[in-house]
Each structure stands twice: as C-alpha cells, then as structure tokens.
Design a protein around this ligand. Structure first.
Ligand code: KG4
Ligand code: ZN
Length: 422
C-alpha cells in the first residue's frame, strides 16, 4: 500500500487537501469508482497517473453485478427495484473488490471491520447522472459514507462522459489514453440516450443532435417486448437479425454494400440484381428523420410502425420474427450511421467514438467501419466496457479530477441528477 499524505478528517470538502493530492498523484492515485445509474452495480479500484493528456491506468480490481434477471420478469427496469438491488449489492461488491485488490488485509468478512480501517484509496468517483434518480442515489449515498469514513474526496462523474471515455479502457491490466486527433465526434447510443456529441477541445462537449423521443436502446427493448423476446432486447433482436441476414444476403451483396453510399438502397438494388428479391422483406420500416437537416433522431415512430406491422400480420411465427428483427435493426443502424457520417463531414471530425450499450451491436460496428471513411480514427469500447460499468467511471473520474485541478466538491453538494447533460 502506498503512503498517503492525506489528513483524515480534513479532506472532504477542503480544497487545499486536494491540491496536496494533485501533487501526489504523479506517484499514482488510487480511485474507487462506483456505477449505479441503471440496472448494473459496479465497483472498480484503479490506479491512475499522468497528466490530462497523458494519463495511464491500471485496473487493480473490478467487480459488477447485473440485475437483468430481476428486471427481465417485468420487461424493463423498475427504478425502485433497481435502487434496492444496488443498496443490497454495493456492500457485497465493496468487500469483494477490496479483497481482490489486496489493499486491505481483511481478517474477517464483516463490512464494519474494513470500512473503519485505514483508508485504502485516495478518492471515490461516483456517477451522479444522468440515469434513474433512485438508482443514482444508492451509489451517491454509499460513496458519501465511504468518503467520510476514509477521509477522501468524492469526484462526481457524468455517466455519458464515462461512456465517451470507455473506448480508451480495458477490463483488466494496464492501459493509457492515446493521443487522439480533434475534433472528436461521439455517437452515444444506450438505453436512455442517443446523442451526437462534438468535442473540439479535449473533454469539452457540445451536443449537436439527440433523440427527440425514444433512445435507440429503448426502441430495441420495446420492439423486443412486442416480439416476445426478453429484456434487454438489443442483443436478442440482434441475434435474430443476424440469423436472417446470413441466410438472406450472399457474400457478393455484402461486399457491394461496403461500396455504396446508402446502405438500404444498396441492399435492395443488389438483392434484385442477384435474384434475392424473393428473400427480401415484404415490408419496409421507416428510416426516421434520415433526411432531416439537423442531427436529431426519433425512434418512437419506428417502434409504432413495428407495432402496426405486428397487428397486421397477426400471429408471428419464428421466421416472421426474424424478418421483423432484421428490418428493424437495419432501420435503426442505417439511421445512426447516416447521421454520424453527415455530422462527421460537417464538423470535419478526425476521430469518431461509438459507445454506450448499443455499441455492442455487431451490425452497427461492421457497417460503421465500412462507411465511416479511411481518414477517420474509429473507436469502440472493448470487452465489458460498452454497457454500463464502473471502469469508465474511474477513468472519467480521474480525468475530471485533473481537469478541475483537484478542486473539491463538498459531499453535501453532490446529488443525483437524473437529467444531467454533458
Ligand atoms: O449503456 P447501457 O448499458 O445502459 C444505459 O446507460 O442505458 O445500454 C443498455 C442498452 C439496452 O437498451 C440494450 O438493449 C442495448 O443497450 N444493447 C444493445 C445491444 N446490447 C445492448 N442494443 C443493440 N444491440 C446490442 N447488441
Ligand atoms: Zn449507460
């Protein structure tokens, strides 16, 4: 364990102590990060060092617990239930992460034993928004209690900044933030958000477009429910769509899609040329707002179009479900890609980041790689970092701490902000 120069009791809420911490961090700063914005509880301990443009990290220990099994019964996330689960999970995960990290020699497993122990870390980073407020509060209250016991500062983290920075992380070992060319355009696609965010300067964000109604992930979840598929719907729809896509489109067609400007038109033209027309869906879903002049999205109409389609078809067999999943996934992914490319061109972005839960989508990744252009550095989150996690909160926490020059935020000022913007 490294020597700590912090004075327990003086730390929380006093900026001079944070400055001491800033000086000290060249030797490495241990951060415990907490994520509870939705239905994943995560705690990570990582060691961070270096400057804001040259930071490097080492994952000391990482733990998480997904509530999917609990929420799947209800077809979506219930905030009060999520909060209770976080409250239940956090102490268990804390014990686990501290044991894994070997930062404390625990003689027995009682929580009280180790939280009263000498502090094992330098700061606590916690998600304070956006997200489900009851769920966010669970993490914040827990962070405050720990910060008080250990006498360390709290770094409040914006969950969406976490998603942006997640593309630089790894779920174990060491990693560093590479030099990336500006401007950076980020497509953030999750269960709660669909945003295009421009950063002309490092860690300085402007939302240039966002969904006017449902988020892309939310649309995946709702359509999955209509098709009788479990929550979360994204991976389920994607599985069906991939199955159908493989059968439907021959290799030559896939190859030609890569060269075309507009994917859906390319698919249809090529399908006709190659004699695939009988296997094309006999229904088409809208590509919402694809030709609007701005960079906003809308997925609620698409979801309703699926609902009407299902009503019209009547009984759904497995094959029809696959066809609907394919056409729906095509509609969402084409829209996301089309707008991202337009925004990249307009703002002359040099780096494009695609992150958030929906960025796990294989078709989105494949098509984005094909269409984005060779001059662009395209970044996706690595394994375990696309959906909600506390590693990205630790990375964002450290960089925010440096960006704010170690200025401390009084713990009683930190509150859950469900609608927090970047
Ligand atoms: O970022 P995330 O874990 O949580 C939020 O901050 O919302 O994103 C969860 C969302 C869910 O809506 C889920 O259905 C979607 O990400 N998702 C996917 C895939 N994997 C997860 N959507 C499409 N394709 C996937 N493979
Ligand atoms: Zn998220």
């Amino acid at each position: 364990m490294v020597e700590h120069s912090l004075d327990v009791g003086r730390v929380t809420g006093s900026s001079p102590v944070s400055r001491t911490l800033l000086i000290k961090i060249s030797n490495g700063m241990k951060i415990l990060s907490i994520e509870t914005s939705c239905d994943d509880t995560g705690i990570t301990i990582l060691e961070a060092k270096g400057s804001i443009s040259n930071a490097s990290f080492k994952i000391i220990a990482n733990t998480s617990d997904s509530q999917i099994k609990i929420h799947t019964k209800y077809g979506g996330v219930y905030p009060a239930l999520a909060k209770n689960e976080h409250i239940k999970n956090l102490p268990i995960l804390l014990e686990k992460v501290l044991k894994k990290s070997k930062l404390l020699k625990l003689t027995n497993s009682a929580i009280a034993e180790f939280v009263n122990f000498k502090k094992p870390i330098d700061a606590i980073a916690v998600t304070y928004g956006p997200g489900l407020e009851p769920a966010l509060w669970a993490g914040i209250v827990f962070a405050k209690e720990l910060a008080k016991k250990w006498g360390v500062p709290i770094i409040p983290v914006n969950h969406m900044e976490g998603h942006i920075l997640s593309v630089f992380g790894k779920n174990k070992g060491k990693f560093a933030i590479p030099k990336v060319k500006l401007p950076i355009l980020s497509l953030l696609v999750s269960g709660g958000h669909t945003q295009l965010v421009l950063a002309k300067k490092w860690m300085n964000y402007k939302i240039i477009g966002e969904t006017l109604d449902d988020a892309a992930g939310e649309a995946f979840d709702k359509v999955a429910r209509m098709l009788g598929l479990p929550y979360p719907g994204g991976p389920e729809i994607s599985k069906l769509a991939e199955q159908e896509r493989k059968q439907k489109i021959g290799h030559s067609v896939l190859k030609s899609i890569a060269q075309a400007d507009e994917p859906s038109i390319a698919i249809r033209q090529q399908a006709n040329m190659c004699g695939f027309q009988n296997t094309m869906p006999n229904f088409l879903l809208p590509r919402p707002m694809i030709y609007s002049k701005n960079f906003d999205f809308s997925f609620s109409g698409l979801k309703t179009a699926v609902l009407y389609l299902i009503r019209k078809i009547g009984k759904l067999d497995e094959k029809t479900k696959e066809k609907i999943a394919l056409e729906f996934e095509n509609a969402v992914i084409e829209t996301l890609i089309y707008k991202t490319i337009k925004a990249k061109e307009k703002y002359k972005a040099k780096t494009v980041i695609v992150s958030g839960g929906v960025s796990s989508n294989k078709y989105l990744r494949r098509q984005m790689k094909k269409f984005i252009g060779r001059d662009i550095k395209l970044l996706f989150p690595g394994k375990g970092l696309a959906t909600d996690n506390s590693i990205m909160i630790g990375i964002a926490g450290y960089l925010r701490f440096l960006k704010n020059k170690g200025k401390n935020i009084k713990p009683d000022k930190i509150k859950a902000e469900g609608g927090l913007k970047l």
